[in-house]
Design a protein around this ligand. Structure first.
Ligand code: UD1
Length: 419
């Protein structure tokens, strides 16, 4: 099994270009089932994307991945379509459940494996099913599968999500494309990745209006012409490297291929902690400061602070003066990096949903275990600032979501190798 070996305390200097967003690409790939022909640019070459492509192939679409250009072309010849998403593909990548909306609206039926729990919590799909039922789908659960049908097609409805879910908003949004009449979704997630999905669906012919947390969708015809779409940048990857720069870029770290206004709240938080950030049109420059200030953060749906950056921020706060607190409000079990960080010398205590971080503390290299995607990258950050060597096990989690991680960091003088 592959591991990452990091020799810590190397200054980061240079430039990192941010890849396309994994979390925007996944729903857009799922929505591609609706189209005849699409070309998607700026897709990140990471494991979750390969799994979604495998799922599209299984369903019967033809895909052509041009890795050198980060482009995928997808064709739907409408021949031999299989409205099934099998367990073996959905169990490793929960976003597989997003094909439910596309299959139901286009083919009026779908059988999709229940994704099951994962390391960060139980992660049910009740909100996805709640919305699809409101749109008229008949749904039963049998042998671990969601079996959904809408014999006469889906019907527009007014749906208020009882709580905010990114995936449920995406599934409902895609399903509503061809639902008869008008659909109004309330209390929606409004992450930039959802806005990217809306922009893709509009190119495909959808009539969608987003206002606040309300999305209105009018029944539309799917365009038969070829659709070309470019995925937005990965704001979580950007946040991760901004934190890396805040920890180690004594001179400067330039991060480009981004739109800074999309991550305004994260930039404001890093500035409050004391990081120097120069904002340009499509890039930011990060400069480490000697003294970092404590802060209290609560993870929230966008535009709040993202749960996907919680673990990385925690590593930064081990270097801040005083007592910082992070309350994890989205997932119930997302502090699995904490025992590993403690083994490296961090002073962190967990009380209920809150991590209390006392800093600054020196971290020491150790052999540690990655548990999920973002926890893994927090261990990489910890390894980069630790004395001596850090060896990270189970790095397949990292490969699910970070494109060219070692290469990008090595280009900025980090000592990191896969062993
Ligand atoms: C997406 C992101 C993930 C991110 C998360 C929150 C993708 C592929 N993944 O995941 O990286 O951490 O948003 O920003 O885009 N919930 C229910 N019932 C449901 C659905 C969700 O109770 O049917 C709960 C979840 O358990 C969680 C909360 O709602 O506690 C938010 O989850 P959700 O926004 O749905 O996350 P995902 O779409 O799975």
């Amino acid at each position: 099994m592959q591991k990452l070996l990091i020799k810590g305390k190397k200054e980061l200097i240079g430039k990192i270009s941010i890849s396309g967003s994994k979390n925007a690409t996944l729903p857009i790939l799922a929505a591609s089932i609706l189209a005849n022909r699409v070309k998607i640019k700026n897709i990140p070459l990471v494991k979750d994307i390969f799994t979604m492509v495998e799922l599209l192939n299984f369903i019967g679409l033809k895909t052509k991945l041009i890795k050198k250009k980060n482009i995928i072309e997808i064709f739907n010849s409408e021949k031999n379509i299989n409205t099934l998403a099998p367990y073996k593909l959905v169990k490793t990548m929960r976003a597989g459940v997003l094909v439910l909306g596309s299959l139901l609206t286009k083919y009026k039926k779908a059988k999709v494996s229940l994704p099951g729990g994962c390391a960060i919590g139980t992660r049910p799909v009740d909100l996805h099913l709640y919305a699809l039922k409101k749109l008229g789908a008949k749904i039963k659960i049998k042998n671990g599968y969601i079996i959904a049908e809408a014999e006469n097609g889906l019907k527009g409805a007014k749906i208020r999500f009882p709580s905010i879910s990114v995936g449920a908003t995406e599934n409902a949004l895609i399903a509503a494309f061809k639902a008869k009449g008008l659909t109004i979704l309330k209390n929606c997630a409004i992450e930039p990745e959802i806005k990217d999905l809306i922009s893709f669906l509009k190119k495909l012919g959808a009539n969608i209006i987003l206002k606040g947390r309300t999305i209105t969708i009018k029944e539309s015809k799917i365009k038969s012409s070829k659709i070309i779409h470019e995925i937005i940048f990965d704001r979580i990857e950007l946040g991760t490297y901004m934190i890396a720069g805040a920890l180690l870029a004594k001179k400067k770290l330039l991060i480009d291929k981004i739109q800074p206004k999309i991550i305004k709240s994260e930039i404001d938080i890093l500035k409050k902690i004391g990081i120097k950030i120069l904002i340009k049109k499509n890039s930011v420059i990060i400069i480490k400061r000697k003294k970092l200030k404590k802060i209290n953060i609560i993870t929230k749906p966008y535009p709040g602070f993202p749960t996907d950056l919680q673990a990385q921020l925690m590593v930064l706060l081990t270097q801040a003066d005083g007592v910082s607190k992070i309350k994890e409000n989205i997932f119930e079990n997302r502090f699995m990096h904490v025992p590993e960080l403690k083994r490296m010398g961090a002073n962190i205590e967990i009380i209920n949903k809150t991590a209390i971080i006392r800093g600054p503390t020196k971290l020491n290299g150790a052999e540690v275990m990655a548990t999920d995607l973002r926890a893994s990258v927090s261990l990489v950050l910890a390894g980069l600032i630790a004395e001596n060597r850090t060896l990270i096990n189970r790095i397949y989690h990292l490969d699910r979501g970070y494109e060219f991680l070692e290469k990008k960091l090595k280009n900025c003088q980090a000592e990191i190798t896969r062993v």
